[in-house]
Ligand binder design. Structure first.
Ligand code: CA
Length: 239
């Protein structure tokens, strides 16, 4: 991790799911301007159809949509894809935000959005999803007891059982496993995994940690690999 929070976009394709036409066009304009290709969907059904047929490297997902709403759309996407999903929504409560992250969103922004902030978050999400960048930093397999992490292929095996992590969950586990036994502070983790501007977003960390732990527990229910140090951070061990 080299601390950069701005990278050159590589022409990735971003699916904009948004029923407010003017806002969707503004999003498209901003994303176009930063070198990304855009696909548009105005309702949940179209979103699923476009994602199925065209694929995308990232999804910007509204929640209040005609047809299947954003919750249903992300549920269907997560059944078979770990594509980064950034929810952009007028539903602004903490409960909604947590629900979005639990549903598998990588990030969550409230409307009205700041477009420069949205661009930064899209860049950060795409950077986290890019396996090759991570692999060239450390090509080695990380083995911690039953936890085997393969940076090149972004695969994780727990006692031989493969678990499927989102790019963000993968980076979180990897970072902790690279510092076994150490207390890793919330801020350090957030900055290492999400990016330099995320140091204070402990809620994002908590919810992603909950999802990661659930996946680890699905393969090894009797073990506890990540301990919570209340108010401070987390500590990885071989369980
Ligand atoms: Ca809407």
């Amino acid at each position: 991790m080299d601390g950069r929070d701005v990278i050159e976009p590589g022409g990735e394709r971003i699916l904009i799911v948004e029923d407010q036409v003017e806002f969707a066009e503004l999003l498209r304009l901003w994303l176009d301007r930063h070198g990304w290709q855009t696909l548009m969907a105005r309702d949940g059904g179209e979103a699923l159809r476009v994602f199925e047929e065209e694929g995308a490297d990232l999804v910007l997902l509204d929640i209040g949509l005609p047809g299947p709403n954003g919750w249903e759309v992300i549920g269907r996407i997560r059944e078979r894809s770990q594509v980064p999903v950034l929810m952009v929504t007028a539903l602004g409560s903490e409960a909604d935000r947590i629900r979005g992250l639990r549903a598998g969103a990588d990030d969550y922004m409230n409307k009205p959005v700041s477009f420069p902030e949205l661009i930064a978050r899209v860049q950060a999400a795409l950077r986290r999803a890019r396996p090759h960048a991570a692999a060239t930093e450390d090509p080695g397999i990380i083995m911690r007891g039953p936890v085997h992490i393969y940076p090149r292929s972004h695969r994780v095996l727990i006692g031989g059982i493969e678990i499927h992590l989102t790019p963000t969950e993968f980076r979180l586990l990897r970072y902790l496993a690279e510092h076994p036994g150490e207390l890793v502070a919330h801020r350090e983790l957030l900055q290492a995994v999400w990016g330099p501007t995320y140091g204070d977003d402990t809620q994002l960390l908590r919810v992603t940690m909950r999802n990661l732990r659930a996946k680890l527990a699905s393969a090894a229910p009797e073990r506890r690999f990540i301990a919570t140090e209340y108010g401070l951070g987390y500590r990885f061990s071989e369980g």
